[in-house]
Write a protein that binds this ligand. Structure first.
Ligand SMILES: C=C(O[C@@H]1C=C(C(=O)O)C=C[C@H]1O)C(=O)O
Length: 405
């Protein structure tokens, strides 16, 4: 079977079972890879059989769906093997360019102990290069200095107390410059080994390890992990436990979480025949932070693809705010930066509409020797700007660790 994918000559497509290659991320031959990996399972890709910049605007997800339908149209699916898949990253703000879809030339998929290699065209053209280290890393302020960012947090809190909106998520950026070009593969390996419970991703230079699963679709079944409400890890087991219990009991964090759950419930309910949202959040304990977490499950009522569900859900209150339109407008007005793919949907979709998409948190955009790192926090009427700044600094550490080891 072959596929044209916008080229003049049809390209051969092959899927074969391969011997377990060990760490998927270690199998990546080039420094600009595609990845979605958790607990050693998932998919990685390299090369580009097809790539498209998705136009900005409210219709971008529908446009992307159509492009995918066309691109997948002639791709064969072998029974029992993974279907052809595309990786994608969408900018947080629909008005901002930078959303991209890519069907790699080679995709290595591991699930349930089996590994497959799908190739489109001739991946023998890809020569493996050794993984390189970025050397010394120096940091500089992004769009706003720390005091300026605390000022906008205070401003947003005042707006919330005034009744203009209920919650807004404000983010900041940090610019890292390395001595040598940054090889994404090294960062991905560090992220996956330090944050095995998170989804380690790489799509067109956007790299990170997000704990937040926006949506997984497997046939008609869907799952989402909603996070909002955060505290640091403790200095010892008692302190850790005390902090976790305090988070569960914190009215500010519980409210923040309820807004996030309400936004997910509101957007998923019309799409679902069955939807289950837990009554109480639980703790998600990560190496650097603890979050309030709710595992949402459901069954889709019709044939919506994972990207249709992403389109309905984004932006959730976990990264935008409540009400969504007012929060997004406030972010545009006061955040003072372009979020690009940060806090946008990132993930993969296959030719049957299954896939997994996360919210691109704990992430950075890498280009040459430069990385722009992002971190944000849910702001409520009683937020303390200094505490929010400290939380953002802790969130930056995920990518700082990826860069520095
Ligand atoms: C916005 C981020 O994280 C989000 C905000 C959280 C919070 O404010 O408690 C928690 C998890 C995420 O939903 C980020 O990591 O940049």
């Amino acid at each position: 079977m072959s596929v044209a994918l916008g080229t003049t000559h049809p390209l051969p497509v092959r899927t074969t079972t391969v011997r377990d290659p060990g760490d998927l991320l270690k199998a990546l031959p080039t420094p600009a890879p595609y990845a979605w990996v958790r607990h050693g399972q998932g998919l990685v890709g390299w090369g580009e059989a097809a790539r498209v910049n998705v136009p900005t605007g409210p219709g971008r997800f529908a446009w992307a769906r159509q492009w995918l339908t066309d691109a997948f149209a002639d791709l064969p699916t072998e029974p029992g093997a993974p279907r052809p898949a595309a990786f994608g990253s969408f900018t947080f703000d629909p008005a901002t360019p930078g959303s991209v879809l890519v069907i790699p030339q080679a995709t290595l998929t591991r699930r349930d102990g089996q590994t497959w290699l799908t190739t489109i065209g001739d991946p023998a053209l890809n020569h493996a290069t050794p993984v390189t280290t970025p050397g010394r890393i120096s940091y500089g302020d992004g769009s706003l200095t720390a005091p300026a960012w605390q000022h906008i947090v205070a401003q947003a809190s005042a707006r919330i107390r005034h009744g203009d909106l209920d919650k807004v998520v404000l983010a900041r950026d940090l610019v890292a410059t390395a001595e040598h070009p940054i090889d994404a593969r090294l960062l991905l390996s560090r992220l996956a080994s330090r944050y095995p419970d998170c989804y380690t991703f790489s799509v067109a230079g956007l790299i990170g390890a997000t704990p937040e699963l926006l949506i997984r679709r497997t046939g008609t079944e869907i799952e989402s992990l909603v996070l909002a409400g955060t505290t640091a890890r403790g200095t010892d087991p008692d302190d850790d436990h005390r902090r976790g219990q305090a988070l569960l009991a914190s009215a500010k964090d519980r409210h923040e979480h309820e807004y996030a759950i309400a936004s997910v419930r509101q957007t998923l309910a019309p799409l679902c025949a069955v939807l289950h949202t837990p009554d109480e959040p639980e703790l998600l304990v990560l190496p650097n932070l603890q979050h309030l977490a709710s595992h949402v499950t459901g069954r889709l009522a019709d044939g919506a693809s994972v990207l249709d569900v992403v389109a309905a859900m984004h932006p959730t209150a976990a990264v935008g705010g409540t009400p969504t339109d007012k929060a997004v407008q406030l972010i545009r007005d006061i955040e003072g930066m372009d979020r690009a793919g940060y806090a946008g949907p990132v993930g993969w979709i296959d030719s049957a509409g299954d896939g997994e998409w996360g919210i691109a948190l704990r992430s950075g955009h890498i280009s040459g020797r430069r990385a722009r790192l992002f971190a944000g926090c849910g702001i409520m009427g009683d937020s303390d700007p200094a505490a929010e700044l400290a939380e953002a600094q802790t969130k930056f550490r995920v990518m700082q660790y990826a860069l520095e080891g």
